[in-house]
Design a protein around this ligand. Sequence first.
Ligand SMILES: *Cc1c(COP(=O)(O)O)cnc(C)c1O
Length: 390
Amino acid sequence: MDKHHFFRDTWAEINLDDISKNVQSFKKHLPDDKIMAVVKANGYGHDAYQTAVTALESGAEYLAVAILDEAIALRKRGISAPILVMNRIRPEYVNLAAENELSITVFHKEWIHEAISYMKETNLTLNLHIKLDTGMGRVGIKDEEELLDMASLIDKSSNLHFEGIFTHFATADEWDSALFDEQTKRFKNQVETLKKRGFAPPLIHCANSAASLRKVKGPFNLVRLGISMYGLAPSMEIKKALPFPLAEAFSLHTRLIHVKKLMPGDTVSYGATYTAKEEEWVGTLPIGYADGWQRRLSPGASVLIDGERMPIIGRICMDQCMVRLSNRKEVGELVTLIGRQEDERIEMDEVAALANTINYEIPCLISSRVPRVFVKNGRISENMNVILNF
Ligand SMILES: *Cc1c(COP(=O)(O)O)cnc(C)c1O
């Protein structure tokens, strides 16, 4: 871990081999579906570009992001695979989207009229996916007439291509959910209605990770794979009944920068919330809440040193935090905050539970101040390592 273009002793390690394994497992699990790798939010904090490249090498054929800027950033880095932008873009950016060969989500008739007027002087083609709201209550159309109107508007325009139709589940991660069944039914019906009127977009998709793991059945031919591609279960419920093991790709590490002995009565950090009861060894870590190591994680969180768990003590500061050591350690020793050391492991789910949130949020919040290093083919890959820039 020497030759990286950054100078700090805190980093996240992204095991791209794990991402590759997870994509391949899904491919085996759902041999008839195409895989769309969801790399929004910088690949859930894992690095969108490296995740995209790895997923595409491992069997994914499509990518998805939330916003236009994320899609253009991938294009600028040379990704040529199809990319779906799942959130709304402004109609005035349709030509920019078309020039970048992006697929755009649409759920409003008026938007299509505006898109047509922006595109009519061009010979560009824009791929569109219609989004249905079958029960998520976020974005999407609910009305069948509007759906049919939109489909024919797209069909009639020489600048627009009806590439896909999709919806998103609100409760796919709960085993017993009437809403999940209801959403599946509504989606199937809407797809059926379209087909009866002669519209057959090539991509029909509804499943996120949770629905993919439970193999939702229907006239669908693509799954949008997010959290579980990174090796995390969509919920604790689903985690208990995974059809195949997931490999957690993200780990977080730092090194001791200071080791000192406390005397009984000595206190640690802001607010002096921790008091030593006896003589004890304390280590300082160069990671804090500005790195996304949230203040609320202490008390509660532990770290691994020499394969042994040790608790974080006192308040987590902006750039540093302290850990109670079981015995004297050396400055420079490896500390793992998320991940494995010898037989001990701190899972993302443990950290999420301590932060009173879900695993999705933890790597997303690890800030751009924490460099990502990548493992590929079993080795830390030197030529892929990013220069830390913010
Ligand atoms: C983020 C997102 C996904 C991926 O969901 P996971 O639970 O991470 O698999 C799929 N579809 C849409 C519309 C999303 O916003």
